[in-house]
Design a protein around this ligand. Structure first.
Ligand code: GLY
Length: 301
């Protein structure tokens, strides 16, 4: 595949979002469907207006972080200590610029904080209190950490049912803009009942998130430890390079997660031409995508 072939020509933009791989929710499917639809529409609004892929994925992920039904931002699962600690990352695929935050408390939109880290160009990953201090220094709004805890997650934590539940609800987005730039972003509250300080794949470039404009972009969801073991996001792009087929690359990467990573999960992918792929080993993963030919986001859930 020719690197950057046709970059002088405008690309047809594309965007895909996910709301996390997991079990079939007993109730609330309509709410999750609507959540990914609104997120895709928000990201698409940016692209359709000529905005960048980075702006588009940030906008889409922020919508999902603000939605209490997803495990990111407000609505995140709780740690064993009853607190919210979030992970997020973002990557721009022209220069392989990336930023991430891990185990951060008191920030409602960690994806925006990850973007600020990316924009420093000096560091890639900030964790814990350092990330929170960086938010203060760069004007990313802080919030009362308790304001991120929803009644639903608190009730689950009180019942101590969380640890037994499969992971679900990490959020992510991948976009290709008219200039041919691919970007990807992922955000999560992590695993329910996790040890405070535990960091998952969503904060790790190459594992939960990756973008290279000459190949494509990926956002992953699922068992963070398994995803880390197989460096899933980058491996998915390696499969894409071999086969030049976005749907196939997504499927094979998920098979790798199950067989070599010994865990479950899913991913979304857009290749450098705007072809999309998505796959999961779990019963469900809410996904929504947009192309110029569509009047409304297309939803698979
Ligand atoms: N995939 C989200 C996590 O394991 O933290």
């Amino acid at each position: 595949m020719a690197r950057q072939e046709g970059r002088a020509t405008a690309r047809v933009p594309a965007l895909i979002v996910h709301g996390g791989a997991g079990a079939d929710p007993a109730e609330g499917r309509a709410e999750l469907r609507e959540g990914v639809r609104v997120a895709a529409a928000a990201g698409w609004g940016v692209l359709a207006g000529g905005g960048s892929a980075v702006d588009a994925v940030e906008a889409a992920v922020r919508v999902l972080e603000d939605h209490p039904g997803f495990n990111a931002g407000r609505g995140s699962v709780l740690t064993s200590a009853g607190t919210v600690e979030t992970d997020a990352s973002i990557m721009e695929g022209d220069r392989l610029s990336c930023g991430a935050v891990a185990a951060v408390a008191g920030v409602a939109n960690p994806v925006t904080l990850a973007r600020r880290v990316m924009e420093t160009g000096r560091v890639v990953l900030l964790a814990g209190d350092g990330a929170r201090r960086f938010a203060l220094a760069t004007g990313v709004p802080e919030c009362d950490p308790a304001s991120l805890i929803t009644e639903r997650q608190l009730a689950r934590w009180r019942e101590r049912t969380q640890a037994a539940e499969p992971v679900r609800g990490t959020v992510g987005a991948v976009a290709l803009d008219r200039a041919g730039t691919v970007a990807a972003a992922t955000s999560t509250g992590g695993t329910a009942g996790k040890l405070p300080g535990r960091v998952g794949d969503s904060a790790l470039i190459g594992c939960g998130t990756y973008a290279d404009s000459s190949l494509g972009g990926v956002s992953c969801t699922g068992s963070g430890e398994a995803i880390i073991r197989v460096v899933l996001a980058r491996r998915a792009l390696d499969f894409l390079k071999e086969a030049d087929d976005a749907a196939y690359a997504a499927r094979v990467a998920v098979d790798l997660l199950v067989e070599e990573g010994r865990g479950d999960g899913g991913l979304i992918l857009i290749d450098w031409r705007g072809h999309i792929g998505h796959a999961t080993s779990t019963p469900l993963m809410p996904v929504a995508w947009m192309f110029p030919a569509l009047a409304e986001p297309c939803i698979a859930f």
